[in-house]
Design a protein around this ligand. Structure first.
Ligand code: NAP
Length: 332
């Protein structure tokens, strides 16, 4: 039997075994903010991901308001022991489906039961606070989560979109094993603080948006349009004049990837994330044909010269970079 292409793994503290350094992100699979769900393709995508060697699936209750977790649960029937599930906690919503932050003990206690039911499992490998909630004392959030670890419902804890100060506060009351910030060639803020902090405290970094919501897939052009129920309609990177700047960077990075390494831009974008530290690239795919491209990101590395050349392209093409702050839900 030939070896599955995704061979690189990383051990997240607390988990039973190492996980693949490419994880499947399932926000788009939930449909919400991505133009609606397509369950058959979603399940086939998860199965294809497992077949190529992906052993970590990231989801969240808010992705499709339960739908993404339900699809992951359905897809993993009979295969649960082959995969680590990372899900999240701490976003709430009412009937209007407008998420807001809520990391109160009562919300956590409700969410864990809902997630376990939807995911058809009796434990979650990695349970991450989705966004910090300053209306709840960190001690209450962290101690409630730590109790879930003691009860065996969760193996390891993580946080997402947290600052260093918020992680320091969390770690006073519960063990922290992973952090999930945005990170890709165009969104690099975490290099300054979270990356060194993660190295220092042995945290795995689940880098979200490694393809920058599709910009780094190489398939977008100035003519690409997004529907009203597509988050990129509100993303400042995809509006003029910045969209043209980012597309120019995409073209130059594409040439660089092809000429220097014989690779696609997509492979370069994922390889770059994996070469930066204790990272996992959270690849957002929703159709099985998107998965095969992971093979191209394995088995090679970028040199220091390559990274300098990439930085020069970014500096030249993008005079006014912007981060992913537009995604933050209310209630900071
Ligand atoms: P992403 O992975 O950077 O990009 C997804 C985009 O890449 C989609 O537009 C998709 O195209 C495209 N794509 C994927 N595979 C492709 C292929 N083989 N060829 C061409 N295009 C391809 O961004 P993301 O989905 O925003 O983020 C990934 C995951 O990170 C999410 O699913 C979620 O698990 C996590 N996340 C977490 C947070 C947080 O706050 N913690 C926030 C955002 C994301 P199509 O549109 O055609 O499918």
């Amino acid at each position: 039997m030939t070896q599955a292409p995704v061979t690189e793994t990383i051990q997240i503290r607390g988990l039973r075994q190492p996980v693949s350094r490419i994880a499947l992100g399932t926000w788009a699979i939930g449909g919400w903010m991505w133009g609606g769900p397509d369950d058959r393709n979603a399940i086939a995508t998860i199965h294809e991901a497992l077949d190529v060697g992906i052993t970590l699936v990231d989801t969240a209750p808010v992705y499709g308001f339960g739908h993404s977790e339900e699809i992951v649960g359905q897809a993993l029937v009979g295969r649960r022991d082959k995969v680590a599930i990372a899900t999240k906690v701490g976003l709430d919503w009412k009937d209007d489906h407008k998420p807001f932050r809520n990391s109160s003990p009562a919300r956590i206690r409700k969410e864990i039961e809902d997630s376990l039911r939807r995911l058809r499992t009796d434990y979650i490998d990695l349970y991450q606070v989705h966004w910090p909630d300053s209306s709840v004392p960190m001690e209450e959030t962290a101690r409630t989560l730590e109790a879930l670890v003691r009860e065996g419902k969760v193996l390891a804890l993580g946080v997402s979109n947290f600052s260093i100060a918020q992680m320091e506060a969390f770690r006073q009351f519960a063990p922290l094993c992973a952090v999930q910030p945005p990170y890709n060639l165009f969104e690099r803020a975490m290099e300054h603080d979270i990356l060194p902090y993660a190295r220092q405290h042995d945290l795995a970094i689940l880098a979200y948006g490694p393809l920058c919501r599709g910009l780094l897939s190489g398939k977008m052009t100035a003519q690409t349009k997004f529907g009203a129920d597509d988050l990129r309609s509100a993303d400042p990177k995809f509006q003029p004049p910045r969209f043209a700047h980012y597309l120019q960077a995409v073209r130059e990075l594409q040439d660089f990837a092809r000429e220097k390494h014989g690779k696609s831009l997509l492979a370069l974008a994922i390889r770059w994330v994996l070469d930066q530290g204790p990272t996992i690239a959270l690849w957002g795919a929703r159709r099985p044909d998107q998965i095969a491209a992971v093979a191209d990101a394995m088995g090679w590395h970028l040199s220091a010269d390559d990274r300098r050349e990439i930085d020069a392209i970014l500096a030249r093409c993008i005079p006014d970079p912007v981060g992913p702050g537009f995604m933050a839900p209310p209630g900071a």
